[in-house]
Design a protein around this ligand. Structure first.
Ligand code: FAD
Length: 438
């Protein structure tokens, strides 16, 4: 029998690990995972903050309770991962203005309706497949202008709230799920992966590909060869110049990669000596209405997840994320305290600690997740996913239905490995035919 094919998987996030697991289960022994950072998990990452574990990347298991079951939810349930249901429905009734007054529920409901109507109008225009037309048809009076309209617009468009969402609130972190997945096919001992098929701190810089082989070069000068490569680097990394391809990727591929927007989403954690914000039912999420869209708009207290932790989280996106990433944490802390004092008065205590993740400036991420423009058709995602010779592309950004989510990454990894296995079978059949002819 011909020797089994070899596969190199680039990246040990959820998609890379899911892909590797499928290959291992299908008897592909010659398997190598090259991960640029010093850990597995990618955009699933916990960190100790105060006395608890907080999730810097993915925090929620989304899309639970829909028509289809979410496989990540099922794995989490099997492992007994602790989660809390997030009820966002009341957030719009906890909107503070700059003087600390909560907007009356009637005004909040009106603004909310206006924002939803505007979104529907836009969508209808886009569905007619004419962008210009869509812009023209949007009623100008529906464009958000006031602080409360801007705040609601931000929440509607910059957050992906899909189905029921459960916040992972487990000291072992969301990443525990990935360690357990890895344990099923990699050699581990005392919670550590000791298998030499996983190589950390291996930054892939070049993929040279021919009809029969792929040669992978890493930043530390190592060279690896395989029959196939599965590349799980994020859409942000694909848009950057971290990895070069020889020969270069075809134009249809690079154009598709450029068409996908990247979303930067930053959760800033603040620790306080005591609670000064309202707790209790319907109070977990609250909103700050400011004349600058997305300026420290969306807040959450962590009392439901970790009672007594005295931690608040504020979420920033895109330009605000990039701005905050480029300044010192002290400056960010000062800004956040001004906002909190607007909402809760001048005598609240200063935060004693702050944690600001930097996904945009991380050269192994360059984004938080993919965000396909509403008008993009399936062709863009199909082109991003399509293999180029023996290089197969995976990752959340290649998931048609769940891009941007952990379960999207998980399902994409499985799909990509199945596609590689199919290709191997084709290869085998081809070789068999050639031998017969000979
Ligand atoms: P990654 O996890 O990015 O894995 C790719 C791996 O490739 C990384 O480990 C990276 O280091 C490595 N790599 C990159 N370049 C190279 C190279 N040149 N050589 C070698 N290795 C390389 N999803 C949800 O479902 N719910 C949420 O609540 C949620 N919130 C989020 C909040 C934030 C702040 C962020 C950042 C993401 C969030 N997501 C959420 C999205 C979710 O985290 C991702 O969709 C998912 O984890 C992506 O997995 P992946 O395997 O596709 O990519």
């Amino acid at each position: 029998p011909s020797p089994p094919s070899s596969v190199i998987i680039i990246g040990a996030g959820v998609s890379g690990l899911s892909a590797a697991k499928v290959l291992a289960e299908n008897g592909i022994g010659d398997l190598l995972i090259l991960e640029a950072s010093d850990r597995i998990g990618g955009r699933i990452r916990k960190e100790k903050f105060g006395d608890v574990s907080v999730e810097l990347g993915a925090g929620w298991i989304a899309g639970v309770g829909g028509k289809e079951s979410n496989p990540v939810w099922e794995i989490a349930a099997k492992l007994g991962l602790r989660t809390c249901f997030s009820d966002y429905s009341n957030a719009r009734y906890n909107i503070y203005d700059r003087s600390g007054k909560i907007f009356p529920s009637g005004i909040a409901a009106d603004s909310y309706k206006k924002a939803v109507d505007s979104a529907i109008q836009k969508l209808k225009g886009l569905e007619s497949n004419c962008v210009e037309d869509a812009t023209n048809r949007t009623d100008f009076t529906l464009t958000p202008k006031t602080p409360i309209e801007l705040a609601i617009d931000f929440i509607l468009h910059d957050f992906e709230m899909a189905g029921k969402e459960f916040l992972v609130a487990d000291e072992r972190g969301y990443e525990y799920l990935l360690y357990k997945m890895a344990e099923e096919f990699l050699f581990t001992s005392e919670g550590k992966i000791l298998d030499n098929r996983l190589k950390l701190n291996k930054v892939v810089r070049e993929l040279q590909h021919s009809r029969n082989r792929v040669t992978v070069r890493t930043e530390d000068g190592c060279v690896y060869e395989a029959d196939y490569v599965i590349l799980s680097a994020s859409i942000g990394v694909l848009q950057s110049d971290l990895i070069s391809f020889r020969p270069p990727l075809p134009r249809w591929k690079t154009e598709a990669i450029e068409k996908c927007d990247v979303m930067v989403y930053t959760k800033i954690f603040l620790k306080f000596p005591y609670k000064f914000w309202p707790c209790g039912p319907g109070k977990e999420f609250f909103i700050y209405a400011h004349e600058r869209r997305g300026y420290y708009t969306f807040w959450q207290h962590m009392e439901n997840a970790y009672p007594g932790s005295n931690i608040l989280v504020v979420t920033l996106t895109n330009d605000e994320s990039k701005r905050v990433e480029s300044q010192s944490d002290e400056e960010t802390l000062k800004e956040a305290m001004v906002v909190l004092r607007d909402m809760f008065g001048s005598d609240i205590p200063d935060a004693t600690d702050i944690l600001v993740p930097r996904w945009w400036n991380n050269r192994f991420q360059r984004c938080s997740y993919s965000n396909y423009p509403m008008i993009s058709n399936n062709q863009v995602i199909n082109d991003i996913k399509a293999p180029v010779g023996r290089i197969f592309f995976t990752g959340e950004h290649t998931s048609e239905r769940f891009n941007g989510y952990v379960h999207g990454g998980h399902l994409a990894g499985i799909d990509t490995s199945n596609a590689v296995l199919e290709e191997m079978r084709k290869d085998e059949r081809q070789k068999g035919k050639q031998n017969q002819n000979f």
